[in-house]
Ligand binder design. Sequence first.
Ligand SMILES: C[S@@+](CC[C@H](N)C(=O)[O-])C[C@H]1O[C@@H](n2cnc3c(N)ncnc32)[C@H](O)[C@@H]1O
Length: 259
Amino acid sequence: MKGATPQGAHSEREAAVWVRGMFARVAHRYDLANHLLSFNIDRLWRARTVRRMRPILAREDARVLDICCGTGDLAIALTEAGRARVAGSDFCHPMLAGARAKMARRKAPALLFEADALALPLRDGALDLVTVAFGFRNLANYAAGLAEMRRVLKPGGMAAILEFSQPPNRLFAALYNFYSRRLLPWIGGAISGSRDAYRYLPESVRQFPGAAELAEEIRRAGFANVRYEFFTGGIVALHMGAAPRNESHPTAPEASQIL
Ligand SMILES: C[S@@+](CC[C@H](N)C(=O)[O-])C[C@H]1O[C@@H](n2cnc3c(N)ncnc32)[C@H](O)[C@@H]1O
């Protein structure tokens, strides 16, 4: 369970460069492709994720970061759901530009910054909640991504990872695999003009660990109370875990200013 390995990438660095370039190429059509290819169900997945996080989002003093925020849909939903201060980060500038424009239209004042999820510019223990929707799978090193999420969380803070998974029902899985491997690259390619991006999508889902294995990896990264639930028959899974409470982190005055 190392990380995303796009074809042709021979190192973590090359994988990250490929992923960033690929999202830069599809950024202008990312939302349209997303909503069409998922029949708009992606909105429900994010809305459900937000509902699970409500107790944290209701707190005015809570600090939340949506990493790999892309064009900002989850960051906006988190902002609109409560009173917590929400920020979004991503390492792909065109995706962030899309997020900025959308947030201005929606009057959702989340702060945005450009950052690699494997090296966040935040102090240890700065956050109450870190979320990631459909970005974790793209990280070049999953263990490093989890370690970084844990590092920036306060003791007791939550991590929430919404990601594609493998449906446990074999018939449903076969139907879904036919759709995602045969049809999706054509439709996604036609919408975005980049067929390789939508060939990478099902391939990266195929290589990604199943829900139980990912939960185990999250536990190995030191998270407590790790659990997951499937959405839409297991096409997607939401994993949640808490940073252990008995850790002493330095306090983070700069982080509270940033967020
Ligand atoms: C499939 S998009 C998901 C965007 C958004 N979270 C959503 O729900 O639509 C994945 C995003 O992860 C970002 N990403 C991938 N690897 C990253 C990394 N190492 N650091 C920061 N962003 C990363 C990409 O640039 C892209 O915007």
